[in-house]
Design a protein around this ligand. Structure first.
Ligand SMILES: Cc1ncc(COP(=O)(O)O)c(C=O)c1O
Length: 480
């Protein structure tokens, strides 16, 4: 067969690309509170230029592209200094938070194989607020995850419950600085002490919080140590493509020493091609994200980031005060940073997202799980500051409208059915029955609240099943 594609000219290609983007999130407006970290046009231009200059270079082989090795070692050094890593710390640039977290777990697994060969069924301890990337890591690597509840009021990891979950098979504890869902900082010193005393590795996930936290400290926030200042911390992840405002594909994994980082590296000489030596999951990879991250960090520098952090800090304080002052809304937790979750005791809060969307705002739904109930998430960035007053005004009227939306009998019926389910009912047949009842079909409903309320009512196993099917049907080839 041949490719079913006729060459098009440049104008046609770019006009097509522009038209397909017409319904994307409006991130340049400062009205988007998830997915995009907008540093403004000047930073964007620097990033794009650096990205393009190294677009084609391949970080697969640092001997062929010593430039990339040099840029990576410099970036890792910036991160190590920022997170108070000791002399001798080592790390790598990765494609994102998920890759950094997966590498932290892979390192722990291979470290345990070397130093604790008696462990046959390795376990990692995850507070329920640890990012899903760790679930993915456990899933991909066939490790047992031990989920631990968090404090029901602060949503911070509970050191006592973590210690109680340790078994002879424990190879790693994970905590967050900060958690995505609630923006809270786990008690890293207490958990670090436990990890050290009980002889286990301890990863602090600073993917979303790690870059900003040092600036928030300098802005006067009283925070317990969250990084390598805590002796028990053996590794940390931190994303450049979030609050360091670098283009996507930019994160870092850091280990306390090269003796631990060694276990992150995968080498294969047992095939007929080039010997493969990969410190990261990706093998062939563009030098673009690395060069762009280096460029953005050097363009903004500490001063630029302090400016951004000050704006984020101010926007967050105003938004938190505004939410608290909005009748019917309440914070789910008091955040330590710029990630805010709010909910309502008076009406289904997901309706606020649909109502806000009518005014051009993009907010994120978070489903309930283990004590964390249905809520709306805001990741507040520097580009949101100018919009805060408009946001709070529109939020107030969205809440007023959301209150008037009648409660759905379907959801109440669904909840009643779910209450009758037992562990053996987590099957595609049950899902089909409940989905039919809830009217969940193949395509997205007009109001996402209806879908999110239904998903929120389902047990996690069934909603995972439903969402897998949904994506399986959504990603289908467009032929012809
Ligand atoms: C705390 C935390 N860890 C890990 C990740 C995963 O990062 P990514 O989406 O870059 O893979 C995120 C993403 O938001 C996060 O907030």
């Amino acid at each position: 067969m041949a490719m079913n594609v006729k060459p098009r000219d440049e104008a046609a290609i770019f006009s097509h690309l522009k038209s397909v983007a017409a319904h994307d999130a409006p991130w340049r407006t400062g009205k988007t509170f998830a997915y995009v970290y907008d540093p403004g046009r000047d930073v964007e231009a620097i990033a794009k230029r650096a990205y393009m200059e190294f677009l084609t270079e391949n970080a697969l082989d640092p001997t062929a592209f010593p430039s990339l090795l040099r840029l990576e070692n410099e970036l890792v050094a910036y991160a190590a200094t920022h997170l108070n890593a000791p002399e001798g710390a080592a790390g790598n640039f990765t494609s994102g938070g998920t890759e950094s977290c997966m590498l932290a777990v892979k390192t722990a697994r291979d470290f345990a194989r070397a130093v604790k060969p008696e462990v046959k069924e390795p376990e990692i301890i995850l507070p329920v607020t640890a990012h899903a990337a760790f679930h993915k890591a456990a899933h991909y690597m066939g490790l047992k995850k031990v989920l631990v509840p968090v404090d029901p009021v602060t949503f911070k990891a509970d050191p006592k419950l973590i210690e109680a979950a340790i078994t002879p098979n424990t190879i790693q504890i994970v905590a967050s600085a900060v958690s995505y869902a609630h923006g809270v900082l786990d008690p890293i010193p207490e958990i670090g002490e436990i990890a050290q005393r009980r002889g286990t590795l301890f990863h602090v996930d600073g993917c979303i919080g790690g870059f900003l936290l040092p600036y928030f400290e300098r802005l006067g926030e009283k925070l317990a140590p969250f990084d390598f200042r805590v002796p028990g911390v053996t590794s940390m992840s931190m994303d450049f493509h979030k609050y360091a405002y670098c283009p996507k594909g930019a994160s870092v994994i850091l280990h306390r020493s090269k003796d631990i980082r060694r276990f992150q590296i995968f080498t294969c000489a047992e095939y007929t091609g080039y010997t493969l030596i990969n410190p990261t999951i990706l093998s062939t990879k563009s030098g673009g994200p690395l060069a762009a991250a280096w460029a953005v960090i050097n363009y903004l520098g500490d001063e630029g980031y302090m400016r951004f952090a000050t704006r984020i800090h101010e926007a967050t304080k105003k938004i938190i005060a505004g939410i608290k002052a909005t009748p019917g809304l309440k914070l789910l937790a008091e955040p330590d940073t710029n990630l805010v979750a709010f909910t309502s005791d008076e009406f289904p809060v997901f309706h606020v997202i649909d109502e806000m969307k009518k005014d051009g705002w993009l907010l994120q739904a978070q489903l309930g799980y283990m004590g964390s109930r249905d809520n709306v998430h805001l990741s507040i960035g520097q580009s949101n500051l100018e919009q805060v007053d408009d946001f709070l005004r529109d939020l107030k009227s969205a809440v007023a409208r959301a209150r008037l939306i009648p409660r759905s009998n379907v959801i109440e019926g669904l909840k009643a059915e779910v209450a009758k389910l037992g562990p053996d009912d987590m099957t595609p047949a049950t899902l089909l029955r409940l989905a039919t009842m809830a009217g969940i079909g193949g395509k997205l409903p007009e109001r996402m609240a209806d879908l999110n309320l239904a998903l929120d009512a389902l047990p996690p196993k069934l909603s995972e099943m439903a969402l897998t099917e949904f994506f399986n049907n959504m990603y289908v080839p467009r032929r012809g």
